[in-house]
Design a protein around this ligand. Structure first.
Ligand code: PRP
Ligand code: ADE
Ligand code: MG
Length: 178
């Protein structure tokens, strides 16, 4: 059943050469969202992983923007809350932020100051891990709030960029690898 679900997920990933710029092979998860069976398979696979590996999880933390597509569905399945890590300047009230380097320039991720309690056990989720810069910054943000990062999860891991190294000591669970 697990193999069939992974197969269904893989079949619903589209590949666009040279998007958004020349030399980038863009992995598009939009077809997964369009297919209820494929989307259910993604959430099933994440749920199975969490129940087996991190049953103590208290909060799912999703990354802006594509992490928001999967995170709330998984959180509901698990019966835990969902928290948004957003790109800088989008969240009202007191926030904490962590800056990180992009290929070109800088970006920052932000969370509301009261969103995560000290010691809370969190799992981070996004659609894709490339260099790992975004996910690492989100982990740092959680640690700044004294949350306990149990692990990171993505639908797609781009192996050649070695984001897993960048993420350390945080761990990664991915459904599909390229
Ligand atoms: C993409 C993707 C991941 C991130 C991975 O998001 O959804 O969040 O890049 O790259 P990294 O591992 O090298 O940091 P992007 O910032 O393009 O925007 P979006 O999610 O808002 O569409
Ligand atoms: N984010 C960073 N690299 C990406 C890729 N190759 N496809 C989709 N999203 C990405
Ligand atoms: Mg993203």
């Amino acid at each position: 059943a697990r193999e069939a679900k992974l197969d269904l997920v893989t079949k619903h990933i589209k590949h666009f050469p040279d998007f958004p710029s020349k030399g980038i092979l863009f992995r598009d998860i939009c077809p997964i969202l369009k297919d209820p069976g494929a989307l259910t398979a993604v959430i099933d696979l994440f749920e199975e992983h969490v129940r087996q590996t991190h049953p103590q999880v208290e909060l799912i933390v999703g990354l802006d923007a594509r992490g928001f597509l999967f995170g709330p569905l998984l959180a509901q399945r698990l019966g835990v809350g969902f928290v948004l890590v957003r790109k800088k300047g989008k969240l009202p009230g007191p926030t904490v932020s962590v800056a990180y380097k992009l290929e070109y320039g800088e970006a920052a991720v932000e969370v509301q100051e009261d969103a995560v309690a000290p010691g809370e056990k969190v799992l981070l989720i996004d659609d894709l891990l490339a260099t790992g810069g975004t996910m690492y910054a989100a982990c740092e943000l959680m640690k700044k709030q004294n949350a306990e990062v149990m692990g990171c999860m993505v639908v797609i891991e781009l192996k050649e960029l070695n984001g897993v190294e960048k993420l350390k000591p945080n761990t990664l669970f991915s459904l599909v690898q390229y």
